[in-house]
Design a protein around this ligand. Sequence first.
Ligand code: PEP
Ligand code: MG
Length: 583
Amino acid sequence: MNEILKGIPASSGIVIGPVYIVGRDDFEVSRRAVSEGDVVSEIVRFEESLIQTRQELIALQRKIAQEFDQEQAQIFDAHLLVLEDRMLIEEVISRVKREKCNVDFIFQEVLKKYVNVFSRMEDEYLRERIADINDVGKRVLRILSGKKKRALSDFEEKVIVVAHDLSPSDTAAMHRKNILGFITDIGGKTSHTAIMAKSFEIPAVVGVEVATSKITAGDTIIIDGGAGIIVINPDAKTIANYKEAEDEILAKAKAFFSLKELLAETRDGRRVELVANIELPEEIPFLLDHGAEGIGLYRSEYFYMNRKDLPSEEEHYEAYKLVAEMMKPYPVIIRTLDLGGDKFISQLQVPRDMVPFLGWRAIRFCLARPDIFKVQLRAILRASVHGKLKIMYPMISGVEEMRQANRVLEEVKEELRTKGVPFDKNMEIGAMIEVPSAAVTADLIAKEADFFSIGTNDLIQYSLAVDRTNEKVAYLYEPAHPAVLRLIKKIIDDAHRNKIWVGMCGEMSGDPMFTLVLLGMGLDEFSMPSKMILQIKQLVRSVTMKQAQAITEEALTFSTAREVEKFSKKKLKELVPQVYDSL
Ligand code: PEP
Ligand code: MG
């Protein structure tokens, strides 16, 4: 009764419910000896699993060909070839005979060997086959294990999902379904899974490490997302206490709604923009309800997830048109495809990088694949006549990439002009500043951009060399680190010296702990999960610019993140106790 686990708070709120355990996707099968007499049945089991996988793949391929087109369906040809690889099949069968152990284990071993060999190949095409081998391998192993994969959008009853890990696309599938909350063994505060949980207001705790080993099917648990606490099989008294705490949290959040129609301005009249980050257009009614005056970051890559093909230009266009119209007259900043890092898009068949966050991702990928990039740019430009759209490029690392991206954009504009297709000629084009080299050369990039948006989630991970998704180094992921504060100040100053505006769309902009410091630095726009907008508005409205500037000045004198945090907390308590109390 009442066993407590602690993890990293990812999304606040309290929920109580039964658990649903998600099995690991990459099965680790252990070796099990089989008797001489059972060797044949192991081989039969293997052959049947290959036949079943083949049937599943062909059915999937047919469905894709009907719903989309033949070309997309051909992706599965490579998967089918893996299933027919005689060398692989014979190696598995002969090892089962020789080693007399379970076929799942041998199959897994042989797959690993193949992946190893392919990953060392010079030929890029062959290296890319690793994704096919892994995909097919997982299917076969799942069939061998007798497990069924349940889609996270399928639940008929309300559950709390407990998983080793959830990909951002898994989390996207949870949207508005019967999922009360989730817990994962791994992950950090700004991993995209955590970010999605906040957007959907699903309480979540990540990086719990032992969640899947301590929690079992049939358990009831409480998640306190704000505190990062999980209670397993709580007693009646604990449940009653948490229900009371939940009511209190809801009442406090409700109190901020009185600010909805008020301006986001300081006591001496400095206006800032408080806008929202979204992953899916379905979030729009929700962000308007929280008083957002626009979208400062539309993570367009979610549009590419949970599907087997690439979206067509028409689909992109319809989606952006809808968002532009729904948000009119407010601005919407569409961040162009930011694939990579912890956001993996299966249909692109991109090989996984050894160090994904430093690899072939975001603008690097788009510049290498103008065919894919141009489809998106064309659709955004066409949709720009339906509202106020802006474009920003992710992961810009220097002036050259900014220029290259703008050249591609110019080509697309020229094509549209030739065809007489209208678009907003004054659309603003911005750069995300999230790579340290871009921060250091922000004065140069500012000359090529209409605005900046500071992506602190990545800026922190790159400047402090801390993987944002790794719970083991989460203690080093410090937004208040003096290095981060100095970089942010430099970016804002460089933008203003070059007469462009600057916003922030990393999670730091929705953290009340930093609002006054950022306000004092002169940040023009704060883009955050909608849920935080009204609290941040309360903070902005509670001070004068002079007070905020004094806070910034003092914050920059400290040598450690802990000192900065202590100081920020003190100021928050002193100046805006209602927000301090709501945290
Ligand atoms: C960031 O890096 O701060 C950001 C907003 O982008 P993402 O979290 O999608 O990488
Ligand atoms: Mg980023």
